[in-house]
Design a protein around this ligand. Structure first.
Ligand SMILES: Nc1ncnc2c1ncn2[C@@H]1O[C@H](COP(=O)(O)OP(=O)(O)O)[C@@H](O)[C@H]1O
Ligand SMILES: O=P(O)(O)OC[C@H]1O[C@](O)(COP(=O)(O)O)[C@@H](O)[C@@H]1O
Length: 305
């Protein structure tokens, strides 16, 4: 089974404001509510690709109930630990520019972390846990990573630099930093994908089995211990890029579960990320398949094995 862990799920409140004027009254042309948080999005996209998962994490209050009900209506299994505080609402202002305001979300008590750990008792060898999205400052997930190691559960991490650092020690199956996350991790800055190549190699040397580095419209890199590949994005018109990275992770994992090669999975993941960027919503099977033919992947270095 695949489990996704979203420590801080959200309701994403999308407001379409074409010309946003800071400091003035703005009126939204359209509004939409979507369940959000990286693991939640990954579960949703995998479901669209036919891959089941169980969404784990911490939810509370009326917002938490709404998120759970929405997922269950999409036939996605959930097993959230109930907390005493409302799950957060993240504001997404979409128009000429994209502006996001993500709330910090409630602090998770040690008691609630223990409840999550109890849930993990049913994990079995061969399961996969995707840990994705923000966590509270100071929150430690190393016990969770350790259980994955002990039980031989594949660990996937899509999160900020600090959590990535904790995770690398446990040799995650996949990590997917974006530009900001990789720059924060190595305290450097990139102006193009080539700048990121040595850092992707370093992540592999530090323990990551597979690394996907995504750099928005500039494309993506895939690295493992044998090789490094570069992909360029297909053409299209961007609607908004929220959920593009999550669609990418969901697409990669689904293809791997289906037995495709890591290279094929990488190629599909780039198509899925862009399909999300070119639509109002997360990507779906058709929109990703429509773009796959346009995704070019080139090898950056020779196999060393
Ligand atoms: N502006 C864009 N144009 C085309 N594709 C995009 C764009 N932004 C994101 N994508 C696609 O989504 C993937 C993930 O996007 P990125 O912004 O790097 O990740 P994240 O959402 O995690 O910050 C990219 O590799 C690409 O395939
Ligand atoms: O946990 P964080 O880092 O605040 O991110 C949560 C936000 O990220 C999203 O999962 C989108 O993520 P991506 O754009 O990186 O795919 C939103 O649904 C959610 O509001």
């Amino acid at each position: 089974m695949i489990y996704t862990l979203t420590c801080n799920p959200s309701i994403d409140y999308f407001l379409n404001v074409h010309d946003l004027n800071k400091g003035e009254l703005n009126r939204a042309e359209t509004v939409t509510l979507q369940p959000g948080g990286k693991g939640v999005n990954i579960s949703r996209v995998m479901k669209r690709f036919g891959q089941d998962s169980v969404a784990l994490g911490f939810t509370g209050g009326f917002t938490g109930e709404w998120i759970t009900a929405f997922l269950n209506k999409e036939d996605i299994k959930t097993d959230f630990v109930q907390i005493d505080y409302d799950s957060r609402i993240n504001v997404k202002l979409v128009g000429k520019e994209e502006t996001e305001i993500n709330a910090a979300g409630p602090r998770i008590s040690n008691n609630n972390i223990s409840k999550l750990i109890q849930t993990m008792e049913r994990f079995i060898e061969g399961d996969l846990l995707v840990v994705a999205g923000s966590i509270h400052k100071g929150m430690q997930l190393s016990r969770i990573f350790q259980i994955c190691k002990e039980k031989r559960i594949k660990l996937v991490v899509d999160a900020e630099a600090e959590l990535l650092k904790q995770a690398l020690f446990f040799q995650p199956y996949l990590i997917k930093p974006n530009q900001q996350e990789l720059e924060d991790f190595f305290e450097c800055s990139f102006s193009n994908m080539n700048d990121a190549i040595p850092y992707c190699r370093k992540l592999v040397n530090m323990g990551a089995k597979n690394v996907i580095f995504s750099m928005g419209s500039s494309g993506a890199l895939y690295a493992n211990k044998n090789a490094l590949y570069k992909a360029y994005v297909p053409k299209g018109e961007v609607v908004h890029t929220i959920g593009a990275g999550d669609s990418m992770v969901a697409a990669f994992l689904t293809k791997i579960q289906l037995g495709y090669s890591r290279l094929a999975a990488f190629r599909f993941s780039v198509a899925a990320g862009s399909a999300a960027a070119y639509s109002e919503e997360l990507c779906n099977k058709q929109s990703a398949f429509d773009l796959i033919g346009q995704v070019t992947v080139t090898k950056v270095e020779e196999d060393v094995n």
